[in-house]
Design a protein around this ligand. Structure first.
Ligand code: WT7
Length: 631
């Protein structure tokens, strides 16, 4: 394994090298892996066509690098330490050897069930070790995994399955989350009513809930595993073959299947994992995300396993059986590196110190946050009460599309600053641009955050819609990848992400499209039009504020609010519930018919006086009406 960057001077040297000669820089990193054939060409790219290729000509398999190559040296070390939802259920430690064996067996299960290289396989599972096994088995046989977060509804699941024409769905009978059991197989059944491409559904037994198994289509995980061979050689893959698809929200209703390819993603997740968290051999690392999001893909599975780390996986929720659960898990397992989201930090802070005090958190060396800007107050609480002012906090800015952490301090090596993601990782060239796309140079400036040079883990396409990929990320500003985030650079060149500048809302660290939520609400028979905006929420970061126009004046507004939220739960998932719903008779629109969200946002934030320029509104009286309704 390569050495981590150890000092600020070394970081600056590496950064300079990575910018002056990116290809030499990344080629050095690539040499740390097992390749079955060496690459011919390090990088070719053309942002105007949204074409990026790294290490073309190379052949490899990412699971050989995650598993096989560790067997000799650390085969008996724990690869995955799993903690059950219910504290009375025993945790599980799975060594690299055992994980390798299970992945090989499940790879054969997939093959026995008709899976081939290039097939898309949907995974809709609880946070159990079998989820990790399923993901890695797909990668081993060259199938493209599409993990769908197990909190999504049947409709969201079937949309995602259909978008990629998945042939296999891997799920479980149910999932434990706190006190609740989520009926994953029933939800899957409902989804599979409208997914003709799915030929097989592999079902893991987890909750022992009563479920229906459809003959031929549905098979049990444990039965298939019994029949499966223990040996499975790797499928030889090209560097640029897709590794996975992961859906994220966009500014239209249809989610985007962000597509990542194998080699670049592998090199970058390993490099960023080790350096940002300053992972060293033997560390116990815990990221609380769900594998259904990119954080789980890159920093529960691939990054840590590629680095030979012990990665923890937690099935439950932070509030069960009480709000001390995270801290108890840290004490019980001597966690050294802990990575979570600002929304969780704020929620746990609000519960009070009596849930933190009982636990010994002295094993913690590094703390991390991801998903949204962390506010100053939560940062200080995390630093003082959890880290005992002794564990550097890495504030990691990145996106589903970037594949790995882009802007972050390196724990204890480069300086941190509350609410700032700070400096770019080596190989990352951020820049700020104004609305016309002119680069804003110098320090103490604000603008839209772009990246001007390719990095290995960047997304390669939107599944089945390369045109949309090009338009969303590469058309806004010439020769730049546009992140959709607003950003400032302080007097020392440190970056602070200020939030989205487009129609994407970050709610509890989850990316939700306003259009997706609006079109779900619009399906209610009494709803004629909806506009969604975010507003500051003490725990979730952003709350969802819905302005709804009804066909008929609602008789019982609260009952309608409940119906709308039920609809959102069904169509998008419980994470999309609206916090506030205001019934209005009209929405403020420009002469060209565009909703002026800027005004709705201000009103949602409680501002009624300084609404800015309203002169381009078709009918300014509407604003007065809405203002009255909220007063
Ligand atoms: C958006 C990407 C990357 C994994 C989780 C979310 C926001 C993410 C930070 C941070 C400020 C952040 C951005 C970004 N975001 N991390 N450290 N500071 N904002 O992935 O769902 O693709 O969302 O999350 O707005 O664009 P995602």
């Amino acid at each position: 394994m390569e050495k981590n960057i150890a000092t600020f001077e070394e970081y600056k040297k590496e950064y300079d090298k990575s910018v002056t000669n990116p290809e030499v820089f990344w080629e050095e990193k690539a040499r740390n892996f097992i390749w079955r054939r060496k690459w011919d060409n390090i990088l070719s790219w053309d942002f105007t066509k949204a074409e990026i290729k790294w290490f073309e000509g190379g052949k490899l398999n990412i699971t050989e690098n995650c598993l096989d190559r560790h067997l000799e040296k650390i085969g008996n070390q724990t690869a995955i330490k799993w903690i059950a939802n219910n504290p009375s259920e025993k945790s599980k430690s799975i060594s690299y050897k055992e994980l390798h064996l299970e992945v090989c067996k499940f790879s054969n299960v997939l093959k026995n069930n008709g899976a081939k290289k290039g097939d898309r396989i949907c995974i809709y599972m609880p946070m159990v070790p079998e989820l990790a096994i399923a993901v890695l088995a797909c990668a081993r046989i060259g199938a493209i995994h599409s993990v769908v977060f197990a909190g999504f509804s049947a409709k969201s699941l079937s949309d995602r399955i259909n978008d990629a024409s998945c042939t296999i769905l891997i799920t479980a009978d149910g999932s434990f989350r706190g006190e609740k059991v989520i009926p994953l197989k029933n939800i899957s059944d409902e989804a599979m009513d409208s997914t003709p491409s799915v030929k097989r559904c592999i079902v893991l037994e987890r909750t022992k809930s009563k479920i229906n198994m459809q003959k031929i289509r549905d098979v049990w995980w444990h039965n298939e595993m019994k029949k499966a061979d223990e040996d499975c050689s790797i499928e030889m893959m090209n560097s640029e073959d897709p590794l996975f698809i992961l859906y994220t929200s966009g500014s239209t209703g249809k989610p985007k299947g962000i597509q990542h390819s194998i080699a670049g993603y592998m090199i970058y997740t390993e490099f960023s994992f080790r350096n940002v968290f300053q992972y060293s051999e033997g560390d116990i690392y815990w990221c609380t995300a769900d594998i259904g999001w990119i954080t789980g893909h890159s920093y529960i599975l691939y990054g840590p396993l590629l680095s030979g780390a012990t990665t923890m996986m937690f099935e439950g929720v932070p509030s069960y059986p009480d709000s001390g659960r995270f801290w108890k898990i840290i004490e019980d397992n001597n966690v050294n590196i802990f990575y979570t989201a600002p929304t969780a930090i704020r929620a746990l802070e609000a519960k009070g110190m009596e849930f933190v005090k009982p636990y010994d958190l002295s094993s913690l060396k590094v703390l991390g946050t991801v998903g949204e800007p962390i506010n100053e107050d939560a940062w200080h609480w995390y630093n003082k009460e959890i880290g005992n002012r002794n564990a550097p906090i890495v504030d990691t800015w990145w996106q589903t599309e970037t594949g790995g952490i882009m802007i972050s301090n390196l724990a204890g090596v480069t300086p941190g600053k509350p609410t700032f993601a700070t400096l770019p990782l080596p190989g990352i060239q951020p820049c700020l641009v104004d609305e016309q796309g002119n680069e804003i140079k110098g320090n103490s400036v604000k603008g839209r955050l772009c990246i001007k040079y390719p990095w290995p883990a960047m997304a390669r396409s939107i599944y089945g819609n390369h045109e949309r990929f090009k338009n969303t990320y590469f058309n806004a500003f010439k020769n730049k990848y546009f992140t959709g985030d607003g950003c400032l650079r302080d007097e020392n060149g440190m970056y602070r992400i200020t939030g989205r500048v487009d129609d994407v809302l970050i709610v509890s660290g989850h990316n939700l499209g306003t259009a997706e939520i609006e079109s779900a609400i619009d399906q209610h028979k009494n709803v004629c039009e909806t506009a969604i905006v975010g507003y500051p929420h003490p725990i979730k970061g952003n709350g969802i504020y819905a302005y709804v126009i009804c066909h008929k004046k609602p008789k019982n507004k609260d009952a309608l609010r409940i119906e709308i939220n039920e609809l959102l739960t069904k169509e998008v998932g419980p994470i999309a519930k609206a916090d506030k719903i205001l019934f209005v008779s009209c929405l403020p629109k420009t002469r060209s018919g565009k909703i002026m969200r800027r005004i709705l946002r201000k009103i949602a934030e409680g501002e009624t006086e300084n609404l800015g320029d309203t002169s381009t509104l078709l009918d300014p009286a509407i604003v007065e009406e809405i203002k009255k309704l909220v007063q």
